[in-house]
Design a binder for this molecule. Structure first.
Ligand code: 5GP
Ligand code: ZN
Length: 102
């Protein structure tokens, strides 16, 4: 998707350090962290939001990735958050799961 920040980060058009990457998703530190550790887990395919997910195996894959990321980042107590739709606070219209840990 041409005008999508997360697609641009994935395509290296916007530089960003990946804290995790596999075949289907990647993770970056949030640019405006709302906790000591604030990581975004993002599918490589452009899916606008949870409402547009067709194969829910993607979500299983992302939660499996979260377990790996948390192990890597020494996170054991954390919150996950998915904002879906502008009225619910979704600012970037490319699905992502927030990991928040203090
Ligand atoms: P949303 O409100 O859509 O659930 O969350 C979008 C998140 O993406 C926000 O927490 C915001 O700080 C983060 N964000 C927006 N633009 C960028 C960016 O260019 N780089 C990174 N690392 N995070 C971003
Ligand atoms: Zn995108």
């Amino acid at each position: 998707m041409t005008n999508c920040i997360f697609c641009k980060i994935l395509n290296k058009e916007i530089p960003s350090k990946f804290v995790y990457e596999d075949e289907f998703c990647f993770a970056i530190n949030d640019i405006n962290p709302k906790a000591k550790k604030h990581i975004l887990v993002i599918p490589k395919n452009h899916v606008e939001s949870l409402n547009e997910v067709e194969d829910t195996m993607l979500l299983k894959h992302m939660f499996d990735a979260i377990k790996k990321i948390n192990k890597q980042e020494n996170i054991s107590h954390f919150k996950t958050l998915i904002n879906t739709g502008k009225n619910a606070g979704q600012e970037v219209m490319h699905l992502h799961i927030h990991i928040l840990a203090d």
